[in-house]
Write a protein that binds this ligand. Structure first.
Ligand code: AMP
Length: 277
């Protein structure tokens, strides 16, 4: 604690505090290098970094993995300490959802595409909790992973539509050495499923190679991706789409950046991955 005796110094300190940039990284915990890369980027760009850990019940449907979602709070805090996070906000469920709460935030349209189509209500849960966290944390900049590309689009739209004074920064996907996108859900995979899971990144690489070789035919690109997935019998396709990264709508031509997004089940585990062409 500092004791200030002069007006000049007090004013200088107040200015300094007011000018500080607060960076925010919302997570559901079970942290891995993907999450930590967001924290490190936040640390580079902001004076103070706040990380939230909250497994948000409203973004899970009743048949999903809310109760068995990995919870590794002590280990998460160790990792965050090492990454120099300044604060961890880890509220109880009742803190975020007092009983009787019936107000939700919905981004119409976007919330029904890609993962929102496969997981009805998912993005309503995401935008509701992220709004609440933004109100509580009051960040200047919030950091999200490109891994959840549809989520980034939905959050950006929400921030724009509701005039949140928050800048959204999307950070690149962090992968295991063999290409698998890091995910808290990878711990569910058996060794065989872990091998099958590589089909997702492989299918995206296949599309990227075709694209680099000049193929601009959306149908051909998608069917090459689907075919690569189908080669592994342990993988069940959910969706394979090439869309506008902002609107998440299917595109006919690749004349702007295009988001190639895949979701598939490996055993009972639903995995997602994407690239931008
Ligand atoms: P989650 O804890 O799964 O809700 O993720 C919290 C944040 O970390 C989200 O913005 C995710 O997109 C991001 N994230 C998760 N996995 C990765 C990854 N492999 N690379 C980059 N960011 C990620």
């Amino acid at each position: 604690m500092q004791i200030i005796r002069t007006a000049h110094e007090m004013r200088a300190i107040t200015r300094q505090i007011a000018a500080q940039t607060i960076g925010f990284v919302p997570t559901m915990g079970a942290l891995h290098e993907g999450h930590l890369s967001l924290v490190r980027t936040a640390k580079e760009k902001c004076d103070t970094v706040i990380v939230s850990i909250f497994v948000n019940p409203t973004q899970f449907s009743p048949n999903e993995d809310f109760t068995r979602y990995p919870r590794t709070f002590d280990q998460d805090c160790e990792l965050l300490k090492r990454a120099n996070a300044d604060f961890v906000f880890a509220p109880a469920t009742e803190e975020m959802y007092p009983s009787g709460a019936t107000t939700y935030v919905t981004v119409e349209g976007l919330s029904d595409r890609l993962d929102g189509k496969s997981r009805p209500g998912h993005f309503r849960g995401v935008t509701t909790i992220v709004s609440k966290l933004f109100h509580i944390v009051q960040p200047n900049i919030a950091f999200f992973g490109q891994k959840d590309a549809a989520q980034v689009a939905v959050i950006r739209k929400m921030v724009r539509d509701l005039n949140f004074p928050v800048e959204i920064v999307a950070c690149p996907i962090v992968r295991e050495k063999d290409g698998l996108a890091m995910s808290s859900r990878n711990v569910y995979l058996t060794p065989d499923e872990r091998k099958s899971a590589l089909a997702l990144s492989r299918s995206l690489q296949k599309i990227e190679t075709l694209f680099k070789n000049g193929n601009r035919n959306i149908e051909e690109l998608i069917s090459a991706g689907k075919q690569t997935l189908a080669e592994d019998s342990g993988v069940k396709l959910d969706y394979f789409s090439i869309v506008n990264p902002d609107t998440l709508e299917d595109i006919q031509n690749i004349d702007h950046p295009a988001l190639v997004a895949v979701a598939a089940y490996v055993g009972k585990t639903r995995l997602i991955d994407n690239i931008v062409l």
